[in-house]
Ligand binder design. Structure first.
Ligand code: MEZ
Length: 556
């Protein structure tokens, strides 16, 4: 339960609830006027963490040399390989396959299924276990314009607007056009989406979307999708093999500059193995566990930007690495769940963000960056609620959901949220939850085209590791869509590349040597090593709170 000193603020939320409910009943989603473009720009410039003076720095090496990117990402890219290339005998091949997929979230699993469907041999290498990925942890939904009042064109406009018009148009076109058939594909594989009583899809609102197009499986949509894909992979042992606890530490090229495989490192045996492949898909996810600007994160333990490092060292370009997504509603109380995701579906169902005085201060469904910056503004201006450990948050008024949608809605639509908070004696049907933005998503990544291809022949990227689809700000539910659309495309086009008869030349790590020479010239500290593989816990901000993190990254 909440500490007693919060009761006065809780009372104010309760007192204003009836009035806010009446307004929501009258005006629907438009319970608060969305901000104008100028207001959005102003709140971003003044309060979004990306816009702080020291948020970015110039990267001094590689294809994006001279660009200002997120400082922590620049540090990780300006780091030494884990081992010098001389350590590896590339004539001793441990595994040979048509297609190597690095990473086993829903993007990698989708790629594997498509490549296997074309009769090719696939090897999935993953840092932890199959499905240990942000994909599995996504809650609120997956977007697709498959309703009568909607269209891929409207979906396209929303994606581009949310991304500040920086998205690569061809990628957005692929995303929105493939969306309805992706939902169909997932349903045919067995994903149980929420339905209305008449059997039609139940669709909800999301931030920055002009139509209700969020398809969900309660509030564990990502798990419903990822487990289904994983089962399908398990069902194809003849063509899909996998190696767990084996992150890739370097890509291997051939003497023609084509992709030729990767080096894997086994976390338990500490042995390296060499994989030769005709095509490689990077689907390693994002960078949440780098705790940029010391933010807590919703991300899984392995989200350490490894794919960016591998691709960048091999010569692939990055897009929008100056942009970080902070999910507006991370838990900020109780301490055990700080940073955990409180799904956007909560606001999609009508919950409102209100300050310590019970005032609704922002349109609840702004695009994520604007919503997050507005919440930070409220807290920085003394309108937040302090937690016993010194954090600050605002209320997300969940009881409104039942008032607006009927009794039982929270239990049926948000069972995971109910469980997450009832463990701490907080009944979200009766009490609001305390939230603050949390590091959620890597908006940018390795540049791809609509075939998920990079500039390196044979190298494909799908999902959060890629850049360009979402511009500088992703909308809710487009990540679950992205990993399916571009996972499938990566698998399909990687297979086409192999079926076209590619031949691999002499294997080489000369690109790593060249990169290392530049690091030497820059005088980079030899202790700085990447890929990071596992987060460097316990970080200072956690140490300061005298907390520890268990294997799953949970504060205890
Ligand atoms: O797309 C997401 O990031 C998502 C579905 C998150 C959520 O709020 O549930």
């Amino acid at each position: 339960m909440y500490p007693e000193y919060m009761n006065a603020s809780l009372k104010k939320v309760e007192e204003t609830r009836e009035k806010r409910y009446a307004l929501a009943k009258e005006r629907g989603k438009e319970v608060f006027t969305p901000q104008s473009e100028e207001e959005r720009e102003a709140v971003l410039a003044n309060y979004h963490p990306d816009y702080k003076d020291d948020a970015r720095r110039e990267i001094r090496i590689g294809p994006n040399k001279g660009e200002r990117i997120t400082g922590r990402v620049a540090d990780v890219l300006e780091s030494w390989p884990r081992d010098p290339s001389s350590r590896f005998d590339l004539s001793r091949i441990d595994y040979e396959t048509d297609i190597l997929i690095i990473g086993a979230g829903s993007a990698g699993l989708s790629a594997a299924l498509e490549a296997s469907a074309r009769g090719l041999n696939v090897l999935i290498a993953t840092k932890l276990r199959l499905g240990d990925a942000n994909s599995m942890m996504a809650q609120g939904g997956i977007q697709a314009a498959d309703q009568k009042d909607d269209s891929p064109v409207l979906h396209y406009m929303d994606v581009i607007g949310g991304g500040h018009f920086d998205n690569k148009p061809d990628l957005v076109e692929a995303l929105v056009n493939d969306a309805p058939k992706s939902i169909k594909w997932l349903e045919e594989l067995g994903v149980m989406f929420d339905k209305e009583l008449d059997g039609s899809m139940s669709v909800k609102a999301g931030g920055g979307t002009s139509r209700n197009r969020m398809h969900s499986a309660r509030d564990y949509t990502g798990a419903a999708i990822c487990k289904t894909l994983r089962d399908e992979v398990y069902n194809r042992p003849d063509t899909i093999k996998y190696i767990e606890f084996s992150p890739a530490t370097e890509l291997i090229l051939d003497d023609k500059g084509q992709i030729a495989g990767a080096i894997l490192y086994h976390l338990e045996t500490k042995e390296y193995s060499i994989v030769k492949a005709k095509s490689v898909v990077i689907s390693t996810g994002g960078f949440g566990r780098l705790h940029i600007r010391n933010f807590e994160t919703t991300n899984h333990y392995g989200a350490t930007a490894d794919g960016l490092v591998l691709g960048y060292r091999a010569g692939a370009n990055l897009l929008y690495m100056d942009s970080v997504q902070y999910h507006p509603t991370g838990a900020v109380f109780p301490e055990q769940v700080v940073g955990f995701l409180c799904t956007e579906k909560i606001r999609g169902l009508g919950a409102q963000p209100v300050n310590k005085d019970g005032e609704l201060f922002v349109y609840p469904l702004e695009p994520r960056d604007v919503e997050a910056a507005s919440i930070i503004r409220e807290c920085e201006n003394g309108k937040g609620v302090k937690t016993p450990s010194g954090l600050t948050g605002i209320w997300l008024d969940t009881p409104l959901i039942e008032m607006l949608n009927g009794e039982g809605t929270i239990e049926s639509s948000l069972p995971a949220m109910v469980r997450q908070f009832s463990r701490f004696d907080i009944d979200i049907r009766k009490y609001p939850i305390l939230i603050y933005p949390t590091l959620h998503y890597q908006n940018g990544g390795l540049e791809i085209n609509e075939k998920a291809e990079t500039s390196i022949p044979g190298l494909y990227v799908a999902g959060e590791a890629s850049g360009g689809v979402h511009g500088r700000n992703r909308l809710m539910g487009n990540s679950q869509l992205d990993i399916i659309v571009f996972g499938r495309r990566a698998g399909t086009y990687a297979a086409e590349h192999v079926l076209a008869g590619v031949t691999i030349g002499r294997l080489t790590l000369e690109h790593v040597d060249r990169y290392s020479e530049k690091l030497e010239k820059l005088g980079i500290d030899k202790k700085r090593i990447s890929p990071v593989i596992l987060p460097d816990y316990i970080p200072d901000h956690v140490k300061a709170k005298q907390l520890t993190l268990n294997y799953f990254g949970t504060l205890t």
